[in-house]
Design a binder for this molecule. Structure first.
Ligand SMILES: Cc1ncc(C[n+]2csc(CCOP(=O)(O)OP(=O)(O)O)c2C)c(N)n1
Length: 557
């Protein structure tokens, strides 16, 4: 039994992947964590998804198979290299995992990244269970090399996090295959340097590649037609047929074992030949797809009658009951009323979280708080009620700048941004640079808890460790801020448990002008427990105290 994420890691390892990189994000995180246990593979948490994809493209061009992992919104961050990586193509296979999150179990939006495959002209595979996740990962590397293109593998939360059986290993255990491409960069500027003159030529190549893929999709092994009770005779039709993919396929099979199904494993590009052939053999054709009407829209553009979003929701995650109701096989799922009263329990910061006091203080001072994404986003909820906006990673510092430009005088000086350490490294630093460069006013507070807590304690460039808890360099906030031109008196570093120090630093810095950076340092409690088990707690604690101690302004001496 493996989770979908573990199975992707296994498939990549079996496919002799050389490099695994990504940025954590639910539900994708465990893929790299599993791959990182394998010494044959270089793995890294990259600073953000754009960086991860670019590292992956570089590895591919130098002849090593590369797996790049991210959650769905991570693809937004990586979209710039993605769209042109499609033009460059690959040397060794390049597979990009997009882990989508229907129902937004842990995400700020619901986004169907099949749309990215279409827009970036990159083929996409979508598995339905762990064994397929493993096999499709291998297929994705082969597809990538055969068609000279990056390939998407789309996972969803239900697939990433559920466990299902994988095929048994041969005697002696799993086998790591031989990489078909020899490492070594081969210069080819016409293919790898996308100045407009070259890009125009590659644009045509991309189109030809997609046409070839569309033709080959008709017989691609990831697609299959199932006629459980036998294929209709020539001229005859089955009453109902279903086109589906991914997790919804498993729900279709759960509610109806006998219905004919065209199961798409290659969800982009679609094969008109395959789909028309299936559609002609059924009376009523349903398209069962979670989130957007991607397949349905394409079918309708081809003039194929089908029932899709008229019967199934376009919002949220499917369940077998939703699928059954859409197919007319059951009642729409009723809301289940609990048989006894359950007291509402808000999510919240952990009891004793080092960053509790900052939020109390921001509320007490009546600040407008431009927030960001991480555990500390829970500062929006009671008892703090101290966050006013949250858009995307890194937006706290930049949105605060926009607010400050137009806010009336009585609000200016009352605006603060809060951002976690991992988020600061991911995309906060550029916002800080923007503020200084554009001579803005703003108080920006980094809530540094020594880890990327929300996604399960991954190291980050501020934390002093890299992948696998290997000791590494950590960014010196003060040197960084000084190098950006922020004056020493506008930089503060305080211990998160120094309640008086925090109040004092916020009040003092709130009254100053220009860009002000306050770093509140306190080790995440759960991370602390982990470090204790690893016998590393004392090192980390003393490193953090030193960070505060060395700071010449603000904070304890
Ligand atoms: C573009 C993007 N990538 C990844 C995520 C998933 N994610 C949400 S918050 C977060 C990092 C939080 O770490 P940090 O800023 O250190 O705050 P903490 O949770 O430790 O308080 C990540 C990786 C996301 N929401 N958006």
């Amino acid at each position: 039994m493996l989770s979908g994420n573990e199975a992707v890691a296994l498939g990549a390892w079996e496919a002799a992947v050389a490099v695994g990189c990504g940025y954590p994000g639910t539900p994708s995180t465990e893929i790299l964590e599993a791959l990182a246990t394998q010494p044959e593979v270089y793995t890294e948490w990259s600073v953000n998804e754009k960086v991860a994809l670019e590292v992956g493209v570089g590895a591919s061009l130098a002849g090593g198979r590369a797996l790049v992992t991210m959650k769905h919104v991570g693809v937004n961050v990586a979209a710039d290299p993605l769209f042109t990586a499609s033009y460059l193509g690959v040397r060794a296979g390049l597979v990009v995992i997009t882990a989508d999150d229907p129902e937004m179990h842990s995400s700020q939006n619901e986004q169907d990244n099949r749309n990215y495959a279409i827009a970036a002209k990159v083929p996409m595979l979508e598995p339905s269970d762990s064994e397929e996740a493993r096999q499709f990962t291998k297929l994705a590397f082969e597809l990538s090399e055969a068609y000279d293109t990056p390939v998407f593998l789309r996972m969803t939360t239900r697939l990433s996090h559920s466990k299902s059986l994988i095929a048994p290993f041969p005697d002696g255990g799993p086998v790591r295959g031989e990489a078909p491409i020899k490492p070594g960069f081969v210069s080819d500027p016409g293919k790898y340097v996308m100045i407009p003159g070259n890009a125009r030529k590659r644009r045509l190549v991309v189109e030809q590649r997609m046409q070839r893929l569309t033709a080959d999709a008709a017989t691609h092994p990831a697609n299959r037609i199932e006629w459980p009770t036998g294929e209709p005779d020539a001229g005859a039709k089955a009453p109902v047929g279903i086109i589906t993919s991914g997790i919804p396929y498993t729900y279709v099979r759960e509610v109806d074992e006998d219905v004919p199904v065209l199961k798409l494993g290659l969800v982009h590009p679609l094969s008109p030949e395959l789909i028309k052939g299936f559609a002609e053999k059924v009376e009523t054709l349903y398209v069962v797809e979670e989130l957007d009407a991607v397949i349905e829209t394409q079918l309708k553009a081809w003039g194929i009658a089908c029932i899709g979003k008229d019967a199934f929701p376009a919002i949220g995650e499917f369940t077998p009951a939703i699928v059954a109701a859409g197919l007319g096989l059951g009642e729409a799922p009723a809301v289940v009323e609990p048989s006894f009263a359950v007291p509402p329990r808000w999510p919240g910061l952990c009891a004793g979280c080092p960053h509790d006091h900052v939020f109390n203080e921001l509320r007490r001072l009546g600040m407008i708080v431009s927030g960001d994404i991480g555990c500390y986003s829970l500062g929006v909820l009671p008892p703090y009620n101290a966050m006013d906006t949250l858009l995307d990673m890194g937006a706290s510092i930049t949105m605060a700048q926009g607010m400050d430009i137009v806010a009336p005088a009585e609000q200016r000086g009352k605006i603060a941004a809060v951002i976690g350490d991992s988020t600061f490294a991911h995309s906060g630093i550029t916002g800080l640079l923007n503020a200084v460069w554009n001579k803005r006013d703003g108080l920006y507070i980094v809530l540094d808890n020594g880890t990327t807590a929300m996604t399960g304690m991954q190291p980050n460039p501020m934390s002093g460790e890299r992948m696998g808890r290997e000791d590494s360099f950590s960014v010196d906030y003060e040197l960084l801020a000084r190098s950006f031109g922020i004056p020493a008196e506008n930089i503060g570093m305080v211990d998160a448990y120094d309640i008086g120090g925090i109040s004092n630093a916020i009040e003092t810095l709130a009254e100053r002008h220009g860009v002000r950076l306050l770093v509140v340092l306190g080790l995440c409690l759960i991370e602390g427990q982990k470090l204790k088990r690893l016998d590393k707690l004392d090192d980390k604690k003393s490193a953090r105290r030193e960070l505060i101690y060395l700071n010449p302004v603000g904070g304890k001496k």
